[in-house]
Design a protein around this ligand. Structure first.
Ligand SMILES: NC(=O)C1=CN([C@@H]2O[C@H](COP(=O)(O)OP(=O)(O)OC[C@H]3O[C@@H](n4cnc5c(N)ncnc54)[C@H](OP(=O)(O)O)[C@@H]3O)[C@@H](O)[C@H]2O)C=CC1
Ligand SMILES: CC(=O)C(=O)O
Ligand SMILES: [Mg+2]
Length: 542
């Protein structure tokens, strides 16, 4: 999508202060004349390329990643095209700064590194006014909303209003990889309080300083928010992000059939993990429908994956019961088995008839080919666990999905070392390549960032009315098919991050096709192809 010229009347300092249209030193002589910029800029005219190099020079000069994050956020606030250009051109270097792991630290320190507001905050005192106050947001054509209430930020727990860093980061990826124009993106914080006492006592904390709103009042607030969005921005897709598991499921079940929405932690994560499992089958030679999978962790991320794997197994010909029986879950209390007290509704389908067991015993008994960790618990994959997986599998598939890096169940190096380099490993946050037995292994990043941009772009391109499970299954298939044999040979179950824009496009086209097939698309042009969608995408060039 071509980027428009500044609107009439936007000139001089106001233009330089407008992040959407600002080009800073890249304004040409002619533009400086036309836009009343003469005298306001130094004489030299830079190219966007030169500006990109300047940003990288400054970024690399910083001592800490959190400082790099601050630099990048400041760039986003003053020149958004340059920010996205830098992100796209140096994706391997920049993504860990605007996304996991650095975004985790940024959320922790959000109030302490706060410079300028970004996004929209809704508090319990806004009850009854949400539709009206949304009018304060300057953009009228919002299409993509990422909303959190900050109660489960990555694996870092309740960070209250500090969690705003997550919607901001996810939407930066939407623009970079799915080409959703920044003006159509809205980060939302449902600031319903926090039960994190340390935050409430921090004098610099910027959120509502009260215990979390719960129960009927909480649901009423979210209901009002969703209804207000539907009225104010009828084409918008709502992505629920980083809600605590019980709320994540409650909200997904409440809105999935009446609003254009999905839960990224349940559904996006599911698709990226399933894609990794599909890709792993190409290396192991095992048939997908014969796999047994053990999950460590039984929260929204793990059971979300379980639900989609079950859906995929049924699509592959198994009965729902046969499919479920291939999936096992363990949490801090060991294997989830029938009869265990206090099981949450999302866990019950997977609590099989079996005697209780710890993780090692469960691995020995079940003999899973795949072990998926979504615990938020660092070191949850200890040496014995990996060695046991490696003793029963020639190529054990090990996913340590928890974010940020400090919460990973194990590191790439540990997974490879404890399996003598045989593990097919992926992690939610990036790990550097590991040299093992003279071979460099490049672990892939099993993160929903491979999925949500394509789901969102596809849904918006065909004006989807709902997001279906079929769309996530299709997204997983497309992602798995995008993994080159060379990637697999080097140990990665995912394509390189540098291909994220192309992968998102492919997913988008496939999602749109599913939407039409299922009668879930409103756009008139049914023949929606990759090139049609590409033409809709924001391109951050001047
Ligand atoms: N890679 C990706 O794309 C994504 C990764 N994630 C990551 O997944 C993690 C979990 O998220 P979510 O499911 O919402 O969180 P929850 O807190 O709801 O679930 C965590 C689960 O792990 C269990 N658990 C905790 N510690 C251990 C342990 N040492 N051994 C066994 N089980 C353990 C918990 O058990 P109990 O309840 O008994 O304490 C619970 O069942 C987060 O770190 C998040 O960053 C999430 C989404 C996407
Ligand atoms: C990646 C992500 O969504 C999470 O860790 O919550
Ligand atoms: Mg998340």
């Amino acid at each position: 999508m071509a980027n428009s010229r500044p609107p009439a009347g936007l000139t001089g300092l106001a233009l330089l202060n407008n992040s959407q249209y600002n080009k800073s030193t890249a304004f040409t002589e002619d533009e400086r004349e036309r836009f009343k910029l003469r005298g306001l800029l130094p004489a030299a005219v830079s190219s966007q390329r030169l500006q990109t190099e300047l940003i990288m020079e400054n970024l690399r000069r910083k001592a800490y990643d959190i400082e790099r994050y601050i630099l990048l956020m400041a760039l986003q606030q003053r020149n958004e095209r340059l920010f996205y250009r830098v992100l796209l051109e140096y994706i391997e270097e920049i993504m860990p700064l605007v996304y996991t792991p650095t975004v985790g630290q940024a959320c922790r320190e959000f109030a302490h590194i706060f410079r300028q507001p970004r996004g929209f905050y809704i508090t319990p005192t806004d009850r009854g006014d949400i539709f009206d106050i949304l009018d304060n947001w300057p953009e009228r054509d919002v299409r993509m909303i990422v909303v959190t209430d900050g109660e489960r930020i990555l694996g870092l727990g309740d960070l209250g209003a500090n969690g705003m860093g997550i919607p901001i980061g996810k939407l930066a990826l939407y623009t970079a990889f799915a080409g959703i124009p920044p003006a159509q993106c809205l980060p939302v914080m449902l600031d319903v309080g926090t039960d994190n006492q340390m935050l409430r006592e921090d004098p610099l904390y910027l959120g509502t300083r009260q215990p979390r709103l719960r129960g009927a009042d909480y649901l009423a607030l979210v209901d009002e928010f969703v209804a207000a969005v539907q009225l104010r921005y009828p084409r918008a897709l709502i992505q629920f992000e980083d809600f605590l598991t019980p709320n994540a499921y409650t909200l997904l079940n409440r809105y999935r059939n009446k609003a254009l929405c999905f839960n990224d932690d349940i559904q996006g994560t599911a698709a990226v993990a399933l894609a990794g499992v599909f890709a792993a089958c190409r290396t192991t030679g095992k048939a997908f429908e014969t796999l047994k999978i053990l999950f460590l962790g039984a929260g929204s991320a793990a059971t979300g994956i379980g639900d989609l794997v079950q859906f995929a197994l049924v699509a592959a010909g198994l009965t729902p019961d046969q499919a479920r029986k291939r999936l096992w879950f363990a949490d801090v209390d060991g294997l989830l088995v029938a009869g265990r007290e206090g099981l949450a509704p999302h866990n019950r389908p997977y609590a099989h008839d079996a005697s209780p067991a710890g993780v090692i015993e469960a691995i020995e008994r079940i003999k899973p080919q795949v072990l998926i960790g979504a615990t938020g618990s660092p070191g949850a994959f200890g040496e014995r666990i990996i060695r046991t997986m490696a003793s029963i599998n020639e190529r054990p598939v090990i996913f340590a999905l928890s974010n940020p890096t400090e919460r990973a169940e194990c590191s790439a190096e540990q997974a490879y070392r404890w399996s003598e380099g045989r593990a097919l490993f992926a992690s939610g946050s990036p790990f550097a390549p590991v040299l093992m037995n003279g071979k460099t292994l490049k672990p892939g990043q099993g993160n929903n960032a491979y999925i949500f941009p394509g789901i969102g772009l596809g849904a918006l391109a065909c004006q989807a009315t709902r997001i279906s499970d079929e769309m996530f299954l299709k997204a997983a298939e497309v992602l798995a098919d995008s993994v080159a044999d060379d990637d697999l040979r080097q140990g990665s179950l995912y394509p390189p991050l540098s291909q994220l824009r192309e992968v998102s496009l492919k997913i988008a086209a496939a999602v749109a096709e599913v939407a039409y097939r299922q009668g879930l698309a409103k756009a008139a042009d049914r023949d929606i192809r990759i090139e049609t969608i590409r033409a809709m995408m924001y391109d951050p060039v001047y």
